[in-house]
Design a protein around this ligand. Structure first.
Ligand SMILES: Nc1nc2c(c(=O)[nH]1)N[C@H]1C(S)=C(S)[C@@H](COP(=O)(O)OP(=O)(O)OC[C@H]3O[C@@H](n4cnc5c(N)ncnc54)[C@H](O)[C@@H]3O)O[C@H]1N2
Ligand code: MOO
Length: 413
């Protein structure tokens, strides 16, 4: 298909999502444990040692040998720190021990501090006695056996899981310093628009920036990582330079997607010889959204109208980032019954910020393409096909990036 032919053919909503979700998964890399969090594990995590390595004490107290009487000779030296390694106990002997210390050979059980008493403190003749009702003299009591959590070589986590903080910590316990993961895609943001300001009350003709503020948190919630964020005047050469100089897996631009002379993204992509994968999408709002590729870098163009930009992020950005991360399936959504009759567009789909209440989808107000107020109250984007969705029929719902479901019933429920 010629470039011109592609430029004149908007993708359907489903085609656009499929194309975004077909992006190639990033190659796996070896990362330090902290930096592997959020990556997709591509190799199993196995125990590099028995965990625990050796039998250890579960209590602060005394390692005691087996005796007929609940009384022991207390050794002068004991373990005051978990890394102290004690010599074997002789019969009738006890030695002080702390939680986590390896128990010495000859240990019958560990008597916790509050269940025993040192009855003579004379250095040569110190004696330890246990309280009569203590359960701590059962064999093995308060001793964590070696390898109780895992044997050396045992599988702890399978490939295909996203590395959570707990998985990284488990890998550390298992003796690893690095993990092999598909990393979080690195994103450069390019925010266009000379009228956009970042603080204060906008003068007439100016607007307060929504994207520089919200996109970093949204893309992080979707599993990508912000590499950097740049601003460009509405100038093709400036946008060309910012796309060209990016060392990112994905470039997300805002504004300048429509076809007028002031709109810089398409001319910039043409000048760079980028391949257009999705020229525009048959959806409202957000239809001028585009997806392109230049070498191994993908470019997601979000329209400048605030709600249109965030809609396009949910429709295209979400499957794109999932695909780059190697998450399966790359394209996800759920369905909920329409809470009322939802009006559809003449063609394509209409995407409506909505609340999920009583398990049904309810549109919010103030949700035109240039507005933010409705989205602030939304839990989901409802995708309404041409012809509409009568009350009670299932409606596809997408996540609003970064939004969380209501923690408790909303007012009026
Ligand atoms: N002649 C046409 N005009 C428009 C078309 C069209 O097809 N033909 N499409 C309309 C649709 S649909 C949309 S959506 C917008 C897309 O606009 P652009 O992506 O070109 O964005 P801009 O023109 O740069 O800005 C549009 C609007 O958004 C405001 N904006 C931009 N950046 C920010 C920001 N960071 N924070 C807040 N607001 C921002 C900007 O001030 C404009 O008001 O085009 C329609 N027009
Ligand atoms: O994509 Mo635009 O927001 O439909 O007006």
């Amino acid at each position: 298909m010629s470039h011109d032919a592609m430029v004149s053919s908007p993708a359907s909503y489903a085609e656009a999502r499929r194309t975004a979700g077909a992006a190639a998964t990033l190659p796996p890399v070896q990362r330090g444990l902290k930096d592997s969090i959020g990556g997709l594990l591509t190799e199993p995590i196995t125990a590099q040692l028995d965990i625990p390595h050796t039998a250890t004490s579960a209590m602060d107290g005394w390692a005691v040998s087996l005796t007929d009487q609940p009384q022991w000779r207390l050794r002068g030296e004991g373990a005051q720190r978990p890394d102290a390694v004690l010599e074997a106990l002789a019969p009738g002997e006890a030695a002080e021990i702390v939680t986590g210390s390896p128990v010495p050979a000859g240990t019958h059980s560990v008597l916790r501090t509050e269940h025993g008493q040192v009855v003579s403190t004379a250095a040569e003749a110190a004696q330890l006695r246990s309280h009569s009702a203590t359960p701590d003299l059962e064999p093995g009591r308060n001793i964590r056996p070696a390898a109780a959590e895992a044997k050396s070589g045992q599988l702890l986590c399978s490939p295909g899981q996203v590395v959570t903080p707990a998985i990284a910590a488990t890998a550390a316990v298992a003796g690893h310093d690095t993990l092999t993961v598909v990393p979080a895609p690195r994103v450069r943001l390019i925010l266009t628009g000379g009228e956009v300001i970042t603080s204060g009350i906008p003068r007439i003709g100016q607007v307060r920036d929504v994207f520089g503020l919200a996109l970093p948190a949204m893309i992080s919630a979707m599993g990508a990582e912000l590499a950097d964020s740049r601003r460009a005047e509405d100038d093709v050469a400036a946008v060309v330079e910012l796309i060209d100089s990016a060392s990112a897996d994905l470039i997300i631009t805002t504004g300048g997607t429509a076809g007028s002379a002031a709109d810089v993204l398409r001319p910039a992509l043409a000048r760079l010889g980028a391949e257009i994968l999705v020229e525009s999408v048959q959806m409202r709002p957000g239809h001028p959204a585009l997806l392109a590729r230049r070498g191994s870098t993908l470019v997601l163009g979000l329209p400048g109208n605030p709600l249109a930009g965030f809609t396009a992020l949910a429709v295209l950005g979400e499957p794109l980032i999932r695909a780059l991360r190697g998450a399966v399936p790359a394209v996800t959504s759920c369905t909920r019954p329409a809470g009322s009759d939802l009006q559809g567009p003449r063609a394509g789909v209409r995407i409506i910020p909505a609340q999920i209440r009583d398990h049904a989808v309810h549109p919010v107000s103030h949700s035109k393409a240039h507005m933010m107020r409705g989205l602030a109250q939304a839990h989901a984007f409802a995708v309404v096909p041409a012809g509409g969705a009568p009350a009670g029929t299932p409606v596809e719902c997408l996540d609003v990036p970064g939004a969380s479901p209501p923690a408790r019933p909303l007012q009026g429920d």
